[in-house]
Design a protein around this ligand. Structure first.
Ligand SMILES: CC(C)(COP(=O)(O)OP(=O)(O)OC[C@H]1O[C@@H](n2cnc3c(N)ncnc32)[C@H](O)[C@@H]1OP(=O)(O)O)[C@@H](O)C(=O)NCCC(=O)NCCS
Length: 172
């Protein structure tokens, strides 16, 4: 994959069918805490109402093949945000998630006031996601034992972070 073909942009309502290829696939949602989307209407609602504050379509040649979502904390927790990345199975293993994560990380530190830490929680079985985060420069900080239920199963979860080292917290 020529990485210059990968771009991020807001999801459009016209992306709904491409979005369903991602969010409607049980293989994509295997380790996610959210369930597989079951209808086009559900996808339309997500695109219309739940993109804020920071969700972007991951596009190859401007066709949506995945998405990345960043959820910032508020108030005193505005220093951190959580990132998640989801790619259609036909496109796995081509470096797309790694590139998209790098692009998203560099952009959210500019877009979200006070943000100094981007973090991700990943089920320890989700090796591909952990590899993506490592390749994108995140640090594996810890394993959180028996941290969360995922599809009814209790999971150990790895926590990864990417932090801005040279910011002055008192001024943010
Ligand atoms: C995780 C996911 C985003 C990765 O997307 P991708 O575009 O295939 O990722 P990349 O190609 O950039 O990198 C994948 C890396 O994982 C590695 N990998 C894949 N499966 C693996 C496994 N079972 N064990 C170890 N490494 C694995 C690949 O070899 C590659 O590493 P490499 O470049 O060193 O060879 C994609 O698999 C996905 O959408 N999964 C479902 C959603 C999900 O779990 N998202 C994470 C929630 S935060």
């Amino acid at each position: 994959m020529n990485l210059s073909r990968i771009t991020l942009r807001p999801l459009k309502l016209s992306d709904v069918d491409d979005f369903m290829v991602v969010a409607g696939d049980d293989r994509v949602t295997r380790y996610t805490r959210w369930n597989t989307f079951v209808s086009r209407e559900q996808a339309l609602t997500f695109i219309r109402d739940h993109q804020h504050p920071w969700t972007r379509a991951i596009c190859v040649d401007d066709v949506t093949i995945g998405y990345v979502s960043v959820s910032p904390g508020s108030g005193d927790d505005r220093c951190r945000a959580e990132i998640g990345c989801y790619i259609a199975t036909d496109y796995w293993g081509q470096g797309i998630a790694t590139e998209a994560t790098k692009i998203a990380a560099s952009q959210v530190f500019k877009d979200l006031p006070g943000l100094v830490r981007l973090q991700a929680f990943v089920a320890v079985e989700n090796k591909a996601s952990q590899r993506v985060l490592e390749k994108a420069g995140f640090l594996r900080e810890a394993i959180l034992k028996r941290y969360a239920y995922v599809k009814g199963m209790i999971k150990d979860v790895a926590i990864f972070s990417l932090v801005l080292q040279d910011t002055h917290s008192s001024s943010l």
